[in-house]
Structures are given as structure tokens and as C-alpha cells.
Write a protein that binds this ligand. Structure first.
Ligand SMILES: C[S@@+](CC[C@H](N)C(=O)[O-])C[C@H]1O[C@@H](n2cnc3c(N)ncnc32)[C@H](O)[C@@H]1O
Length: 568
């Protein structure tokens, strides 16, 4: 399953399987100016940031090297890594990290990406040229086995005008003409064509049959002297294969920018992902930030994993994915440090059972419906039942007990004889009747059933509380929107409270109440204050408060705007 995971990538990577990943792209914090480096400002980021900065460049390189070593282990033999950096540490990264871990032989490219068009340093008196490029190293795990897809770019207008400068009189298509004579003979290549033999000491490049085929397809162009040329139409060409200077992969639209400083353009990630992976492959970004890599991987039908230590980064990535995904998209999971009771309680039952069994260290049933209501077993084979409810009653214990006897009588008897648990029941809480019955079974029948609270397995926290105030900013001089529709301006103030501290708010000004799908129009709003203009009609507005644990509360408000639609 595609996954977003909150945490330090080093710890998480250590638990991941070796040789499981096809492509890794990493855009780690650069070894640059201290303040500039803080992107999200939340606890997770500050902790990791202080970690990295307690020493100079050697410390930074050691910090990164430890992580890249794990990435090397995770890559399949056919895999590749793209490491994004800038002038501050590129030389150290290449020599001390990549060459050491991957080997010089596996160096493929140092890509220069022009990320900005201008830079004001020189205007401020800097005695150097503007620094407008980042560098991306491409290394293979093993260059002999690595996957690589050549990427083609559309021809530029200038190129077409210079090289495809002839126009077909019938179709109007641009074409380039290549000589149809050749220096070497090859079968049936000396014959008269259009009243001419090939030039002196030369042959035709194709047999007479092929020549006739080109003629029939309208693909032969004759010069004024009657010399034949083959037409190459621009539409039939794949484009220009790209080199290691990447100039045209910046943000395509203003709306692509979410509003955090180190966001990379989707066009850049499209090149990276297409070049070193295919559909169904797994792409991994251990410094996922606002999720550009995983959003593009998702669009390109790759499987993906993204990690970030910042709760904000993970939540922004989640919202971006939700905004992009449609009915046919693969589902994904988000792993935080704490879980919200309501979200767990109302999760899909099968998903919940599977998740809890796995968090308990057991193996979940693959079948959605098991015959006896058992949801999995421990690694030692002891059955587990998960209940997505509170205050479990005595009847659950009775049913579980008889199910276990029917499920595997021999196992039941063995565990009983060894004084081992015959089974585990996991639930949010257990009633008095259930607890008493478990005690009775133990005392009177030497049968041990273990009752486990969900909270003992995963940390549960309370999600934020959220209220919204609405101020009508309407005035008689209200502006006219496009098409002469009168718009009404309304202010929303969201007030969130959370023990963990509210990190930010997100807004959806066209919330679809039927589908209950939050599609953020404003993703990061630290203040929780927005003004928005509405056309006449009824509107649903949803706001989310996200706290430092990544838990969120959502509030939906409705506004009804009266007004006349003016025409003309
Ligand atoms: C330069 S940003 C990545 C931006 C991303 N490429 C994008 O387009 O949005 C680097 C990210 O690395 C994260 N980070 C830093 N140290 C980390 C660590 N040890 N584990 C996981 N994430 C980390 C930061 O929180 C930040 O979001």
C-alpha cells in the first residue's frame, strides 16, 4: 500500500525491506543558511534541524551519509537514486557519500537544474555571478542492470523553423529532407528512379519496392533538379532527447505552488520518475516535504512511499494527494505518531482489524470475512479477535471462547495445558461482565483469554476542538465579479484548541457535503483567518485544524448569499 509516514527517515528506513525500491529521490535540507533552512517550523523539524547543525559540514555529511547508506540497501539491483543538492555541499556529497557508497562506476549524471531565472545577489554588491542552479546526482545501484528511459522534449519553435523548414504542399506538415542516395550498395539499390540513376559511385538507400512505397505514401520530396529526398515529418519524431542541463522544468502554473519555500515543480519530478521507473514500480522519497514526488508518482501510476519528520509536511502531502486523486487512484495510508479515537472508531471495519492486528505484531486475516469472527493470529499462532467498540460485554467472551474450541481444538487444549493464552480480544474498552468472565475462566477452568485495550497498542490522543466565527463584510459598494454577478465578501475566523498545539488551518470553499471529500483550496493558513467572496446561493465551507500530532478536526459551515445575478 502507498504510504506517508511521519518520523525520522533513518529509524523508519531501518525497518524497511532490503532491495524493495526501484527509485529513490531525495531532496534533503541543504547545508545552507540556518534560518532559511527552517521550512515548517514545527517540533519535528526543529529537532532534526538542531541535530544536523550541532557541527560543521563534516557533521552534515555524516548525518546524510548514514541515511544514504540505508537507501543503498533499500534499492533493488536495477534501482537508481537521484540526490538533489546545491553548491553548498555538492562536492562533499559526491565524493564522501555517493562515490563511497555507490562506487564511482555507478555515477551516471550530475544534472544542472536551473531553478530560477534571476538572482539579485549581484545587485546587492555580491562579487560573484547569480546562483540560480541546483544539482541532482544520478547514481545506479549497478549500472549494468539499471533501468533507464530516455526522455524526449518537444522541439522548440526555433528548432522546427531551422531544421524542419520544409512544408508539405498537400498536408501543410513541417518536414526535414534526407538524401536518398547511399555510399554502399545493399541488394536491389542500383536502378533508375524518376528518370535518374544514383549519383556517381553511389546507390539508392532503399530497394525499388521501398522507394515505391515511400512514393505512394507521399514521403518523397524532389529538389528542383529532380533529386529525391525522404521526408521526415516532425509529428513522427519523438522530440529532442534531454541532456544533463535541465532548463524547462519549473512551475507551470501559479496554482501549482502551495506556499512553502522548498517545493519542487511537478515537471522536475516527472522527468526524474519517468526516466528511472515504469508503471507499477516503487518510488521512495525519504524527505518528502510537501509531497511533490509522491503526487507525481501517483499520477504516473507508480507505487510510492514518502517520509517526513514534520507533521506539517506529512499533512500537506496528504491533502495534496487527496486533491489530486480520483475514483481510480490507489488508496494510501498515513502513519502518524498518535491516532485519533474517532477516526479509528469509524474506520472501515476490515481495515481497522487488519491495522490493529499488525500493530499488535500479529498476522491479519486476508479474507474480509472469517468464519468464526477471528481477525488474525500472533506470530506463535494464537488467535486474535478485534472489536471496533467500547465496553465489550460478557457475550463476546462466551462467543470467542466457543469459537476457539471449534477453530482448532488441539491448539486450544495445548495452550490451556501450557497455561498460555488461548486467544486475545482487542477492543477500545471492556465492561465489568467481560472482565469478570475472563477471571472466572482463569480461576475455574484454567483458560486464559487476554483482554487488550487499543490504547495499549497504539497511542491515542484527542483531536483538536474547533469553532468557526463568521463576519459579513458586505458593503453597498460590493464589487462585481465576472459576468456582472454581485459578490458578497465574508470573513471566517477558525479557533482551534489542542493539547498538542494547533499547527495550521486548511480551507475548502467549495466543500462537497454529499461526498464528504475535503479538497483544500487553501492548504496552509497559520492564522486561521480567511476572507472569501461568494456568488448568490448556498455555499458549504469546510475548515480543518491540524495539530502538532497531525490529528485534525473539521467543521463545516453554510452561508446563504442573497443577491441578484445581473446580466449584460
Ligand atoms: C527540502 S524539503 C523537501 C521538499 C520536497 N522535495 C518538495 O517538493 O516539497 C526537505 C524535507 O526534509 C524533511 N526532513 C529533514 N530531516 C528529516 C529526517 N531526518 N527525516 C525525515 N524528514 C526529514 C524536512 O521536514 C523537509 O520537509
Amino acid at each position: 500500500m502507498n504510504q506517508l509516514i511521519l518520523g525520522d527517515n533513518l529509524e523508519i528506513m531501518r525497518k524497511m525491506d532490503s532491495e524493495s525500491i526501484d527509485l529513490i529521490y531525495l531532496d534533503p535540507p541543504f547545508f545552507s543558511n540556518r534560518n532559511y533552512e527552517v521550512i515548517w517550523g514545527d517540533k519535528g523539524e526543529v529537532r532534526s534541524f538542531e541535530d544536523r547543525w550541532s557541527g560543521g559540514v563534516d557533521h552534515y555529511i555524516a548525518w546524510l551519509k548514514e541515511r544514504v547508506a540505508e537507501m543503498h540497501r533499500l534499492l533493488k539491483p536495477t534501482g537508481s537514486i537521484y540526490l538533489h543538492c546545491d553548491w553548498h555541499a555538492d562536492a562533499y556529497i559526491r565524493v564522501f557519500i555517493l562515490d563511497k557508497l555507490f562506487g564511482e562506476n555507478n555515477f551516471r549524471n550530475k544534472i544542472t537544474w536551473k531553478r530560477a531565472t534571476t538572482h539579485n545577489d549581484s545587485k546587492q554588491g555580491a562579487k560573484h555571478f547569480g546562483r540560480v542552479c541546483d544539482y541532482i546526482f544520478l547514481y545506479n545501484k549497478d549500472y549494468r542492470l539499471a533501468k533507464f528511459n530516455t526522455i524526449f522534449e518537444d522541439y522548440t519553435k526555433e528548432y522546427i523553423e531551422a531544421s524542419y523548414n520544409k512544408i508539405d504542399s498537400k498536408t501543410g506538415q513541417h518536414f526535414k529532407a534526407s538524401d536518398l542516395s547511399a555510399a554502399k550498395p545493399g541488394g536491389d539499390t542500383y536502378y533508375e528512379w524518376n528518370g535518374k540513376f544514383p549519383p556517381k559511385n553511389r546507390y539508392w538507400a532503399y530497394s525499388k519496392d521501398n522507394m515505391q512505397k515511400f512514393e505512394d505514401e507521399g514521403r518523397i520530396y524532389y529538389s528542383t533538379t529532380g533529386k529525391p529526398y525522404l521526408k521526415h515529418f516532425i509529428e513522427d519524431m519523438p522530440g529532442v532527447s534531454i541532456d544533463d542541463l535541465w532548463l524547462n522544468c519549473n512551475f507551470k502554473t501559479k496554482s501549482e505552488r502551495i506556499g512553502y519555500p522548498t517545493q519542487k515543480p511537478e515537471a522536475l519530478m516527472t522527468r526524474v520518475i519517468k526516466s528511472a521507473s515504469n508503471e507499477g514500480d516503487t518510488v521512495f522519497d525519504p524527505f518528502v516535504g510537501g509531497g511533490t514526488t509522491v503526487v507525481v508518482a501517483d499520477k504516473l501510476k507508480r507505487n510510492w512511499i514518502g517520509i517526513d519528520q514534520s507533521v506539517q509536511a506529512v499533512k500537506v502531502s496528504e491533502m495534496r494527494l487527496n486533491n489530486e486523486q480520483n475514483l481510480f487512484s490507489a488508496p494510501f495510508s498515513v502513519t502518524l505518531h498518535r491516532y485519533d479515537y474517532d477516526t479509528l472508531r469509524y474506520k472501515d471495519a476490515f481495515e481497522f482489524e487488519k491495522f490493529i492486528v499488525e500493530q499488535f505484531g500479529g498476522l491479519a486475516n486476508i479474507k474480509q470475512r472469517s468464519d468464526l469472527g477471528l481477525d488474525g493470529k500472533t506470530r506463535e499462532g494464537i488467535p486474535i479477535q478485534v472489536k471496533r467498540s467500547d465496553n465489550i460485554g460478557r457475550n463476546v467472551i462466551d462467543n470467542f471462547h466457543s469459537a476457539l474450541m471449534r477453530y482448532d481444538k488441539a491448539l486450544y487444549e495445548r495452550n490451556k495445558a501450557d497455561s498460555l493464552p488461548i486467544g486475545f480480544i482487542i477492543a477500545f474498552s471492556f465492561g465489568k461482565g467481560a472482565v469478570q468472565e475472563v477471571a472466572r475462566l482463569k480461576n475455574e477452568e484454567n483458560v486464559t483469554i487476554k483482554l487488550v485495550n487499543v490504547e495499549d497498542i497504539i497511542p491515542i490522543a484527542k483531536k483538536p476542538r474547533l469553532t468557526v466565527k463568521i463576519n459579513d463584510l458586505d458593503s453597498p459598494s460590493n464589487k462585481r465579479g465576472s459576468g456582472g454577478v454581485s459578490l458578497r465578501e465574508i470573513e471566517f475566523i477558525a479557533i482551534g484548541e489542542s493539547d498538542a498545539g494547533v499547527e495550521f488551518y486548511s480551507w475548502d470553499f467549495e466543500y462537497n457535503e454529499e461526498e464528504k471529500k475535503f479538497k483544500a483550496s487553501i492548504m496552509i493558513d497559520k492564522e486561521g483567518r480567511q476572507q472569501h467572496k461568494f456568488k448568490p446561493g448556498t455555499h458549504s465551507i469546510a475548515v480543518k485544524a491540524v495539530d502538532n500530532e497531525g490529528l485534525e478536526a473539521i467543521e463545516v459551515v453554510k452561508v446563504k448569499v442573497n443577491g441578484v445575478v445581473e446580466r449584460g
